[in-house]
Design a protein around this ligand. Sequence first.
Ligand code: ZN
Length: 45
Amino acid sequence: MGYKCSRCKRIVEIDYQYSGIRCPYCGHRILLKERPVIVKRVKAE
Ligand SMILES: [Zn+2]
């Protein structure tokens, strides 16, 4: 599952064998869950 760092906005892959969640790039500890983008298609008829 992907997370997004709230500071540097990088996508972080969390490995759960580590006890803490932390951005490996900047060390920030607040990561936002990155949801898969669901595109709704609306047919224009
Ligand atoms: Zn970061």
